[in-house]
Design a binder for this molecule. Structure first.
Ligand SMILES: *[C@@H]1O[C@H](CO)[C@@H](O)[C@H](O)[C@H]1NC(C)=O
Ligand SMILES: *[C@@H]1O[C@H](CO)[C@@H](O)[C@H](O)[C@H]1NC(C)=O
Ligand SMILES: *[C@@H]1O[C@H](CO)[C@@H](O)[C@H](O)[C@H]1NC(C)=O
Ligand SMILES: *[C@@H]1O[C@H](CO)[C@@H](O)[C@H](O)[C@H]1NC(C)=O
Ligand SMILES: *[C@@H]1O[C@H](CO)[C@@H](O)[C@H](O)[C@H]1NC(C)=O
Ligand SMILES: *[C@@H]1O[C@H](CO)[C@@H](O)[C@H](O)[C@H]1NC(C)=O
Ligand SMILES: *[C@@H]1O[C@H](CO)[C@@H](O)[C@H](O)[C@H]1NC(C)=O
Ligand SMILES: *[C@@H]1O[C@H](CO)[C@@H](O)[C@H](O)[C@H]1NC(C)=O
Ligand SMILES: *[C@@H]1O[C@H](CO)[C@@H](O)[C@H](O)[C@H]1NC(C)=O
Ligand SMILES: *[C@@H]1O[C@H](CO)[C@@H](O)[C@H](O)[C@H]1NC(C)=O
Ligand SMILES: *[C@@H]1O[C@H](CO)[C@@H](O)[C@H](O)[C@H]1NC(C)=O
Ligand SMILES: *[C@@H]1O[C@H](CO)[C@@H](O)[C@H](O)[C@H]1NC(C)=O
Length: 556
């Protein structure tokens, strides 16, 4: 009786053994097992089912934490980094790239061998060896045409390596695994694979990659990596909004009365949509109606300030599954029929060339504020000092602007090509320049010559630029030029008085009214009015209203 049990037990063992021996791809590569349905449904071109047998003798695989991992690579661990251009629109290609990162001071050379980097110290001093792995040496004794050699020039499923003149330089075997299927590839320290996502279920999926290195007549696992990717039926879009004079392009705050440039960028790395007609339907949320265009760029000007909800729908007709149960590979025809907005509308074109509409949506909340619309330099004059000084020449720039009052003025002085900046100066504009925006900016130059001056007026939302070339004369102290410029001298004289008056008034105004916002506006206006009046009356030649003149002009 006991013997019978023994016998049955042995039989069972014998029956089990071959099962244990024959490992399959999914046993080796993945902990999760996709259902047969998933495998059938997501058929990838050129990929094989992970029900296939895995040659464990040639390609051993260890569990996580197995001590053998420690010796899988000389001098440390190899890390595999997996990236992809996910997310992918269904039907487009998604590309995965694996890069191997070797331990410090190791790199791959032109022949695909792994060498120690010259002059690289890895803690123990420079390496006495040249090679980490000299694959060439192993390749020599295993040339093609040798039966014994052929037996180990195979992938884990037994398929022979492709015959290629570069095969000696390829010493890594990459096994990609997703959706219950695998793809094997020979390569150097980097490998990539593209999948046509036509047959891939929408949503997130996993891609796992296992990398082996050659080890004479077997292979050793060196790294495993896993990443998630997404297949979607939505066109992925990004809208770049930019505007002249807009200070911060990323805060979704723009200026009234200046066109905003909208540029739609479609994430389509495999150029799947390049043969499609793409339509852009814009609703800017300001009751201007619907704009339909086939251009990815569009300009729109908001004429009111406030907050607006922008809505963009992108529509493309792409090759898609035919509604009939007999699909034929569709030919890429740029034919396009107008249809309404219902998503995923299918229709058949004679010849069973099927197209499907795909949509992309973009929404944004845009804030429109007032800003500085324009700045112009209307006059440039040399400043002549009443007392001869060995200082750098000074120039006054009379600047007008439109829109809101600036709060700061900056100048960048550069060479005549406007490229090499020499001097940047910014000053706050503390006085409300009012509706008739006018101010004088005084700047010093490093001697005579021609300069490019970039002048910007800014406030919290806007930054308006103007650029000019200025010819700065040298100092001719006591020269006839100075005589001829007697008028300028007089102007400087009244300027000096004006400086004092304005400084006093401005100081008072700020001292008295600054804390009370509302009254500042009213009384400030009164003051400004007085200032304007006084100026016109007593200094008809002096247009300066520059707050900078409160202090003696800075010599830079
Ligand atoms: C999709 O699957 C079908 C059959 O299942 C197959 O014939 C076709 O080649 C696959 N297409 C792609 C792009 O993988
Ligand atoms: C440093 O290089 C030597 C050279 O052979 C190597 O033996 C050692 O393992 C390396 N150490 C590290 C930390 O990479
Ligand atoms: C993927 O395959 C489908 C049909 O099998 C084809 O229409 C489509 O253009 C392919 N995509 C790419 C990016 O090659
Ligand atoms: C690498 O292998 C090749 C081929 O066997 C050999 O010629 C070369 O000398 C080897 N290099 C080193 C540094 O061992
Ligand atoms: C095949 O390779 C083995 C191992 O290097 C060698 O011993 C044998 O002689 C080779 N056979 C032929 C036919 O080249
Ligand atoms: C898409 O990927 C397939 C391999 O799956 C490749 O044959 C085809 O050339 C790729 N198409 C594009 C446009 O990249
Ligand atoms: C957006 O457009 C502006 C102007 O055309 C450009 O300078 C900027 O680099 C673009 N930004 C992105 C993220 O493409
Ligand atoms: C889109 O509009 C811009 C500016 O008007 C133009 O330069 C460009 O050629 C247009 N592109 C297309 C595809 O019509
Ligand atoms: C939008 O405005 C910019 C700058 O004014 C101009 O270069 C561009 O051609 C305009 N684009 C369109 C589509 O009108
Ligand atoms: C819009 O601009 C007007 C002046 O034109 C201003 O009085 C008002 O406060 C602004 N509204 C918003 C929401 O910025
Ligand atoms: C924005 O576009 C979507 C899709 O076309 C639409 O359902 C929605 O009603 C639109 N919203 C507005 C405010 O226009
Ligand atoms: C000055 O402004 C111009 C545009 O008007 C620009 O091309 C140039 O780079 C600017 N120069 C400097 C030094 O900022």
């Amino acid at each position: 009786m006991g013997c019978l049990y023994c016998f049955l037990g042995l039989l069972l063992l014998a029956a089990r053994l071959p099962l244990d021996a024959a490992k399959r791809f999914h046993d080796v590569l993945s902990s999760e097992r996709p259902s047969g349905h998933m495998r059938e449904h997501n058929r990838l071109n050129g990929w094989s089912s992970d029900e296939n047998d895995w040659n464990e003798k040639l390609y051993p695989m260890w569990k996580r934490g197995d001590p053998r991992w420690r010796n899988s690579w000389k001098g440390g661990h190899v890390q595999a980094v997996l990236t992809s251009d996910s997310p992918a629109l269904v039907g487009s290609n998604i590309t995965f790239v694996v890069n191997l990162v070797f331990p410090r001071c190791q790199k791959e050379d032109a022949n695909g061998n792994i060498v120690y980097e010259k002059n690289c110290r890895n803690g123990t001093g420079p390496s006495p060896d040249l090679y980490v792995y000299n694959w060439t040496a192993w390749a020599e004794d295993s040339d093609w045409g040798n039966d014994t050699a052929q037996s180990f020039h195979v992938f884990p499923d037994g398929r022979p390596f492709p015959h290629h003149h570069r095969w000696r330089k390829w010493s890594f075997v990459y096994v990609f695994h997703t959706l219950g299927q695998y793809f094997q590839k020979l390569g150097q320290c980097s490998a990539s694979v593209s999948i046509n996502t036509t047959n891939v279920t929408l949503g997130p999926q996993f891609m796992e990659v296992t990398v082996f290195r050659r080890d004479r007549r077997t292979y050793v696992p060196i790294a495993k990596v896993k990443d998630v990717y997404v297949v979607t039926d939505q066109i992925l879009i990004f809208v770049n909004m930019s505007q002249k004079n807009d200070r911060n392009s990323s805060d979704e705050t723009f200026l009234r009365d200046i066109p905003i440039m909208f540029n739609v960028l479609i994430h389509d790395p495999s150029h799947f949509l390049s043969a499609s007609t793409i339509n852009y339907k814009w609703n800017f949320g300001d009751n201007t109606g619907l704009f339909v265009s086939n251009n990815h760029t569009l300009n729109h000007t908001y004429v009111l300030n406030g907050t607006f909800n922008l809505n963009l729908t992108v529509q493309a007709a792409v090759p898609g599954p035919c509604p009939s149960p007999s699909p034929r590979p569709p030919r890429p025809t740029p034919s396009f029929s107008p249809v309404d907005d219902s998503p995923l509308e299918l229709w058949e074109i004679p010849d069973e060339d099927c197209k499907i509409h795909r949509y992309g949506h973009f929404k944004a909340t845009i804030t429109i504020v007032e800003g500085i619309l324009e700045v112009n330099i209307v006059e440039m004059t040399e400043v002549l000092m009443p007392v001869p000084q060995p200082d750098d020449p000074l120039m006054d720039f009379v600047v007008t602007c439109q829109g809101t009052s600036p709060t700061e003025v900056c100048t960048v002085v550069s060479d005549p090509t406007c490229q090499v900046a020499q001097d940047t100066v910014c000053n706050p504009v503390e006085v409300d320049v009012g509706d008739a925006c006018l101010l004088t900016v005084r700047r010093a130059f490093n001697g005579s010559g021609t300069y490019c001056v970039n002048l910007t007026l800014g406030d919290s939302a806007s930054l308006a630029l103007t650029s000019t070339l200025v010819s700065v004369p040298g100092r001719h102290l006591g020269s006839p030029l100075r005589m001829a410029n007697g008028g300028a001298l007089a102007s400087v004289g009244c300027l000096a008085i004006l400086v004092t008056v304005i400084a006093l008034l401005v100081y008072k105004k700020h001292k008295e009214y600054k804390p009370i916002e509302n009254s500042t506006e009213v009384k400030g206006k009164g003051l400004d009015g007085f200032l304007e009046h006084a100026k016109v009356k007593f200094f008809p030649r002096c247009q300066e209203k520059d707050p900078l003149l409160k202090n003696p002009p800075r010599v830079l």
